[in-house]
Every structure is written in C-alpha cells, then in structure tokens.
Design a protein around this ligand. Structure first.
Ligand code: HPA
Ligand code: ZN
Length: 329
C-alpha cells in the first residue's frame, strides 16, 4: 500500500506515449464536430469501439478513431488533454509520439496543420500549467516506402522551430517490415540532429531487434521486451545501456503475453538491462503510466528501490538532457 502511494505521489516521466491514439471522448467529439462518417453513434459506442485482439486489429481500430481528427484545433485539444493527464498523474515530463504518415498524411492533412495545432495546444496548456514539459517524437510508418519517409523528414524539419521535436522513431506493423528497410530515413534523421528510437521486439522476436541494431544507430528501443528470449542480445543491451521503453499493459492487451505475471521484466532487470515503464496508448489499453507501475510493482512484489529505479530510468534516459534529474534524487 505504501508502494502504491509512492508511485502515485512521485514525480514521473513517460517516454513511450502515442498522442495519435485519442480517447473515446475526443473520438466522439471530433467525429460530430467535423461531420466525419464513422461507425459509432454515441459516446458509449465510441467506448465499445476500442476492442481488438491483435496488433493489426488494434491498428485498424486506432486508425478509424484517428480518421475523426481534422483541424488545427483538434490537434491542439489532443495536446491539452495529454497535458491535463500529466497533471493528474504527476508526470512532469513526457515525450509524445505522433505518426504523421500513417495517421494524417494518408488523409491529405498538411504537416503544417499538425505542427501548428500541436504548437497551439502546447502554448495554451503552458498558460495553465506551470513547468509543463512535453517534447515530440516523429514516428515513421515502417510500412511506408523509405523514400516517402525521407521526403517527409525533409518537409518536417522545416517546422522544427515551431515545435520541440527531439527524436525520430518508427511504429505500425512490425511483422514483414524489418527495420533495415528504413535505415536511409534514420540516417537523414540523425543528420538533422534528432535522437533515434523505434518499435522493435514487440510482436517480432529477437531477430527484429538484431536487425535494428545492425542497421540503425538507435539511442533507445521502444518495447524490445522480446530481447529476453536471447541471452547474447541481453548481454549487448546491458553493455551498451540501451534503454527499453516497456509497455506491459499494451503487450498483454495485444496478446504478446497472456498475463501480467508472464511479463518478463524481472529477467531483464536482473540482467542489468535498463528498462522503464510506459502506457503506449492508454485509451486502448486501459492502464495509464501510474496504473502500469502499480500493477508491475504488485505482480512482482518489487522493492521500493526497484520501483524508484524504474521511475528514475525514464528521467535518466530522456532525450532532453538532464534538466529533470533533480526530480528523482
Ligand atoms: N506498436 C506499433 N505501432 C503502434 C503501437 C504499438 O504498440 N502503438 C501505436 N502505434
Ligand atoms: Zn508504441
């Protein structure tokens, strides 16, 4: 019970959170306001719509909800909702991912609309919340042709003064889309000075992580949980101190593991691999950062030291430098 209090009250950071995955409330509001044809007729139906078994089904559900997002104001409201949630959970720093190509570009929404909307939301949120710190990670759709992603990065970089863009990542379906296919896009991103991360080792096993490590100079790995199946890989991740941004509720929700007790976090921690806890897409997976931390702490009977280490890692390995480290001392 004491650990629960510590988790709730401790200042936290979150490094793996997709702002594209809107709440059922925003899905309902945006679809009504924008007159978008969606398969829901009430807020209740929007809530029930978030139902899936696999990564593919999840992505389809998420993209349908996302199809209700249209205007600059919509993007601004997404940031405001994200910021209010941070206050609620005592999250003082969050790196927020968005996948322009998969979620917005595919429907003809200009990069400018997305960037201006996020920037406007951030300005409005900062007027209400002191010391709010949100940074953005531009995720590449790994299922899109690499040339298209290179073009997108060359366009996006024109807006970097408008938004605190710190890194480039990669998401969407992992099966059939090995990381090395996006190596040229990540080389461009690195050239622009962005930090690099990517979703690997979520639904594909260790071979997906090996492929990424051999072709892209990643600073962190999103998910990466399935590294646990390969002793050699565990050794390398521990040696190189590459942080894995784990998302337990997400993995359980998508059937990567069948229960919380099977989530192999203890083996990684005991092997000296750096990990932190994240919510991924909380409207879909039903646990926020605090909820994920409590569930992990209780399932594995973690010590206070272990819980603090998990929270601390999200500050130590953030992409913004060390201005938040005093929060965890
Ligand atoms: N995996 C791949 N793509 C995603 C995810 C995920 O967990 N969440 C949002 N886009
Ligand atoms: Zn994710």
């Amino acid at each position: 019970a004491n650990l629960r209090k510590l988790i709730v009250e401790c200042p936290k950071a979150e490094l793996h959170y997709h702002i594209d995955c809107i709440s059922p409330e925003l899905f309902w509001r945006f679809s009504q306001r924008n007159g978008i044809d969606v398969p829901i007729n009430s807020l209740q139906e929007a809530r029930e719509f978030y139902n899936f078994q696999t990564l593919d089904e999840f992505l389809t559900v998420m993209l349908t909800a996302i199809s209700s997002i249209q205007t600059e104001n919509d993007f601004a409201e997404m940031v405001i909702e994200c910021a209010l949630d941070m206050v609620k959970q005592n999250i003082v720093y969050r790196e927020v991912m968005f996948d322009y190509t998969a979620c917005y570009g595919s429907r003809g929404i200009p990069v400018e609309t997305v960037v201006n909307g996020f920037a406007k939301g951030l300005t409005l949120a900062k007027q209400q919340i002191k010391n709010l710190d949100i940074r953005f990670i531009a995720n590449l759709d790994r299922t899109a042709p690499v040339d298209q992603n290179c073009q997108y990065l060359n366009e996006l970089v024109k807006y970097r003064e408008l938004l605190p863009l710190i890194a480039v990542g990669m998401d969407m379906q992992e099966i059939g889309y090995p990381p090395h296919k996006q190596a040229d896009a990540f080389a461009i991103a690195k050239g622009y000075g962005f930090k690099l991360t990517g979703h690997v080792g979520e639904v594909v096993g260790p071979e997906g992580i090996w492929d990424a490590l051999q072709s892209i100079p990643l600073d962190r790995i999103d998910h990466g949980i399935r590294a646990v199946e390969d002793e050699e890989l565990i050794k390398i991740l521990a040696e190189k101190q590459i942080l894995l941004t784990l998302c337990p509720a997400s993995n359980i929700s998508l059937g990567v593991y069948s229960s919380w007790s099977e989530f192999p976090i203890k083996k990684l921690m005991n092997s000296n691999v750096r990990v932190c806890i994240n919510s991924d897409d909380p409207p879909c997976f039903h646990y926020d950062l605090t909820g994920n931390l409590i569930k992990i702490a209780e399932t594995f009977d973690l010590s206070t030291t272990e819980v603090i280490e998990l929270i601390r890692n999200s500050f130590i390995f953030n992409f913004a430098g060390n201005e938040h480290l005093s929060n965890v001392d």
